[in-house]
Design a protein around this ligand. Structure first.
Ligand code: PLP
Length: 394
């Protein structure tokens, strides 16, 4: 049994599927019928990999963090997704999906965004391919991720504010789905994480799997090994983690560490620690774990990082959690901020605050010693300068 392979109906264990309104059926059916054959087409693959190489800047380096390794008594490598064009791993997926949208004959693109990284990555590939682009973003996120909003506009995208609920990522996702329902024919919806109805989680995981594909090759070169002992990644919806785990998920010798945002504390009422607080339910078209009240109202999440401020996780991660294959650990805002400053001081890399959560976990794992560890450095901190400045303790 594979942890990473999705069933015909789009399930990972008990989680996944496509729970969608009738009116989305044609879009989802079209995607499901075509995505695997399109992705397997050698011409598609060549175009995808050429763009990853020449436009995105792949392969990203696998960097041995010497000072960090010394501090924790482990060999710690950083997979430098922060060096991707546009500053995070998100573009691996948007490059793939824009090529797919072209082959499906779509003319317009919509997307949702939290931190703005997925919005920027989508606006970027739309500019590249001359496609019309509308990005939905929560009003709160528009305020706290201003530089990314302006980047999207410079790239020619229209940014629409989601003003319902907590005015963050889940609300932007709701708005984008609504838009898609009323414009099914000419529009492709580029979902930015391993969430949403089947086949999105599987499709996005596959586009991001280039991360672990490269890690294997790079570890072979640097260490002469074909897998690390442990991989660590932060989980919002779970796309950078899915890409990092992809080729290791079925190798039980590799410990999978997933880091969620505890916000102000798991029990504070201001948290986004889905596996600690969540129960099974339907969110954005798939059965997964989500934070909800007893009568099924989605709980407003909180995290200092917009990219982790989401009340659910993708169905793959729900399965990794429920099956015990993945180790899920939650990190508070304050711990993440400190870890971000530590990484900046120790390695000369200012991480995205989402990414900082993955680093904070090093203080919470007691079996690091002597291990070969890969941390996915999902993005750079340029977009978060305002948050770092407001926090101020550096
Ligand atoms: C969007 C984002 C995340 C969270 O999204 P995943 O789908 O869980 O990867 C993490 N890190 C960075 C830098 C991001 O931009």
């Amino acid at each position: 049994m594979s942890y990473i392979k999705v069933s015909e109906k789009g399930f990972y264990g008990d989680f996944g599927g496509a729970y969608i309104p009738e009116m989305l059926h044609p879009n989802i059916a079209e995607l499901k019928a075509n995505y695997e054959s399109i992705m397997a087409d050698p011409v598609f693959e060549e175009e995808y990999h050429a763009l990853l190489r020449d436009f995105v800047g792949r392969p990203t380096p696998l960097y041995l963090a010497e000072r960090l390794s010394e501090k924790y008594g482990a060999t710690i490598y950083l997979k430098r997704e922060d060096l991707c064009h546009t500053g995070a791993h998100k573009v691996n997926n948007t490059v793939g999906q824009i090529l797919l949208a072209q082959r499906l004959g779509k003319k317009k693109i919509i997307a949702e965004t939290g931190a703005g990284q997925h919005g920027v990555a989508t606006a970027t590939v739309c500019a590249l391919k001359g496609m019309e682009c509308i990005i939905y973003m929560g009003e709160v996120d528009i305020a706290r991720q201003r530089p990314n909003v302006e980047r999207m506009k410079i790239l020619g995208a229209e940014v629409r504010a989601a003003t319902s609920g907590s005015k963050t990522l889940k609300d932007a996702t709701n708005e984008a789905m609504r838009h898609w329902i009323s414009h099914p024919e000419d529009t492709h919806y580029i979902i930015g994480s391993v969430v949403g109805p089947h086949p999105y989680p599987d499709m996005v995981a596959r586009f991001q799997s280039v991360i672990s594909e490269e890690i294997i090759r790079q570890l072979q070169e640097k260490e002469g090994i074909n897998h690390p002992d442990m991989v660590i990644a932060c989980v919002g919806g779970g796309s950078n983690a899915a890409g990092t785990y992809y080729h290791f998920a079925d190798n039980e010798k590799v410990d999978l560490i997933a880091v969620e945002a505890a916000g102000m504390g798991i029990t504070s009422g201001k948290s986004a620690a889905t596996t600690a607080l969540g129960t099974p339910g339907i969110l954005h078209g798939s059965k997964t774990l989500l934070m909800q009240t007893k009568d099924g109202q989605v709980t407003e999440p909180h995290s200092i990082s917009a990219g982790l401020d989401y009340p659910g996780i993708g169905p793959l991660h729900a399965h990794l959690f429920a099956s015990g294959r993945g180790r899920f650990i939650a990190v508070e805002d304050e711990e993440a901020m400190k870890a971000g400053i530590d990484l900046s001081r120790m390695e000369g890399i200012i991480p995205a605050i989402e990414t900082s959560h993955a680093f904070a976990v090093l203080d919470k794992i007691d079996d690091l010693k002597g291990k070969k560890v890969v941390i996915n450095l999902s993005g750079r901190g340029d977009k978060d300068l305002d948050t770092y400045i407001k926090w101020g303790k550096y």
